[in-house]
Ligand binder design. Structure first.
Ligand SMILES: NC(=O)c1ccc[n+]([C@@H]2O[C@H](COP(=O)([O-])OP(=O)(O)OC[C@H]3O[C@@H](n4cnc5c(N)ncnc54)[C@H](OP(=O)(O)O)[C@@H]3O)[C@@H](O)[C@H]2O)c1
Length: 277
């Protein structure tokens, strides 16, 4: 599996699987666990989750899926903003570790900005890192201004990544934010890379996919993977979807494909509010 580099030089897999909406229904649990395990069998090495997903349910599914193979996986989880206080982060992280059945999280993110001062959250993240409970920390849903503020905080520059909505149809982050992250060698983790599934039926992506023997969803993910430092984390429960995602690394889009995509989904010409779901 291709990797990207975190600011400290550590590798992070360049493609992962998301888990939003997993762990919400006991009836779906076995299929969700099987989907993640299938992804790992096929070479996926990164799983993204959060304490919010299924109120801990998704972390439990991930914990079962990675049982016996923890060392193969780069694990991302996220803390709720209302748990982002000095003490709140420490307690939330312990709960996540327990649900995940592990002694460490590779990358722990603040899910979005809340009312707790950033300095407090950073202090807790740094402490967890010193204790080895997390290996790196980062943020999610931070726009250009949030990032600038974060970087001005003591130890704010230790932030390893920002996870934001980024897809062929939602390109606002290309205006300044991508550059800011790249200048600090921080990967951009792209959530909703298939627009929640909607891009799977896009006519242009379908047409481009046909030329490569690929699907529209695969084209959407491949387009993100071609961008330096961008790590898409599509979510899939259906096994055929998981298999399609695992094959994306082999898909090479041509210059002509990229031009057509730019024509249909134009890059931003000015600042746009960050898309958040
Ligand atoms: N930080 C944040 O605030 C934030 C917000 C949103 C999401 N996220 C993370 O990002 C992950 C991805 O985002 P998302 O789950 O919202 O949306 P997404 O990955 O863009 O889309 C998921 C949908 O696409 C379908 N799909 C997957 N692979 C496909 C394929 N090869 N062909 C056709 N359809 C396919 C899935 O179907 P099946 O499930 O039926 O297979 C599912 O319905 C989340 O799971 C979560 O981990 C983070």
């Amino acid at each position: 599996m291709k990797t990207v580099q975190l600011p400290d030089g550590s590798p992070m897999p360049a493609l992962g699987l998301g888990t939003w909406h997993m762990g919400e229904s006991p009836r779906a649990a076995a299929a969700e666990e099987a989907a993640l395990r299938h992804g790992l069998d096929l070479g996926i090495r990164l799983i993204d989750t959060a304490e919010m997903y299924g109120e801990g349910g998704a972390e439990r599914i991930v914990g079962r899926a990675i049982e016996g193979r923890r060392d193969q996986v780069f694990l991302i989880s996220k803390v709720y903003p209302h748990n982002a206080s000095r003490r709140g982060v420490m307690a939330a992280c312990e709960r996540s570790l327990q649900r995940l059945g592990t002694d460490r999280i590779d990358l722990y993110l603040l899910h979005w900005r809340g009312s707790v001062p950033l300095a407090e959250t950073i202090e807790a993240f740094e402490r967890l890192q010193q204790d080895g409970r997390i290996l790196h920390w980062g943020v999610s849903n931070f726009d250009q201004d949030d990032m600038t503020e974060l970087l001005s905080e003591k130890a704010g520059a230790h932030c390893s990544a920002n996870q934001v909505y980024y897809s062929v149809s939602q390109r606002g982050v290309e205006y300044e934010l991508c550059e800011l992250l790249a200048a600090r060698s921080m990967p951009l983790i792209a959530y909703c890379p298939i627009d929640g599934g909607a891009l799977a039926t896009d006519p242009l992506l379908t047409q481009i996919g046909r030329l490569h023997g690929a699907s529209a969803a695969q084209v959407a993910i491949a387009w993100l993977m071609m961008r330096p430092g961008v790590v898409p984390i599509p979510k899939a429960v259906r096994l055929e979807h998981v298999e399609a995602i695992c094959k994306v690394a082999d898909l090479r889009l041509t210059q002509d494909d990229l031009v057509q995509i730019d024509r249909r989904f134009a890059p931003p010409s000015g600042p746009e509010p960050l898309m958040i779901v």
